[in-house]
Design a protein around this ligand. Sequence first.
Ligand code: F6P
Length: 360
Amino acid sequence: MSPKRIGVLTSGGDCPGLNAVLRGVYSAATELGWEVLGLRDGFEGMLVEGGDTMVLNRENTAGIMQVGGTILGTTNKGHFTSKIAGGERSMIPEEVIAKASKTCRKLDLSAIIAIGGDGSMSTALQLYRAGFPMIGVPKTIDNDLEATAMTFGFDSAVACVTDALDRLHTTAASHKRAIVVQVMGRHAGWIALWGGLAGAADIILIPEIPFSLEKVAEVVQKRDEAGFKSTMIVVAEGARTSHGQQFRKQSASGEWRLGGIGEMIAQEVEARSKKETRVCVLGHLQRGGDPTTLDRILGISFGVKAVQLAREERFGTMVSYQNYEVLDVPIAEAIHHLKKVSPDCQLVGTARALGISFGD
Ligand code: F6P
């Protein structure tokens, strides 16, 4: 009898820890005597005639736990997009599902482990409902997936923001400047909040708490008058002013992406407070590089758990981290809403108690 074969894919924006999951899946499956086929470029690998695949083996999974990115490749575009601008869901076309189904039957996959964020989990759920043996593994640096206390990738992104702030503090103080640091976070301000706190920011602006430019400039000015040399402002790319204004830029291909808020705040703060101000956009630095210790542990543990779920044929479930334990939940539970920062949560309270302003 040929060994059981499972598929695994990485989908959506990459992040540190994806390779750790792949390593966990490969090792746990090998212990069971199973074969693991990696599908390239997310769900797209199912659309290539016969499947665009790579057999995971000892050689290509050796030493990958500690390396960022994904050896399978990924995409946040393509034929399986099930979340569109604004977060609304869209249905995957029937012909795409039929083609993918043909490939999976041909490849004889008894389970498919999909590692991805909110949009990818929404795709996994649609495929599960169409009869695919899907298991989900939550991933996103934004940490905005419901039904899991944490996703891997988040800690590494926060470490990047913290490191950047540590560096920027010394140059800001030397020149007596304000610096606006723009970080990722389309709908949720977790990276800005955690990174801002750990990196000793003075002002943190997040999508969940609308801010006023007047207030931000006032805080900068007051700090200046009180003798502070510098002021560090962390802003999530998706933060909004109290007028609901968000900042977007159109790419050369016509796609609208968040961007420009840091620049706008720097200009306004300088004009209003007369404090010399600079801006630093961290962008994809937050998604690159090696995973932190926590993200390695989360990654390999999630991979092992996904194989256990496959063994128990618990399809339609997603690995979930709760109270220091790796458990599971129905994928459907993870994609109802995005997990956002509550303006009343303890961490926001802690920040306020430290004198950090949210610009409100
Ligand atoms: O969802 C993760 C994320 O990093 C967002 O915070 C960010 O807006 C987006 O991906 C950027 O995606 P892209 O790789 O398409 O620029």
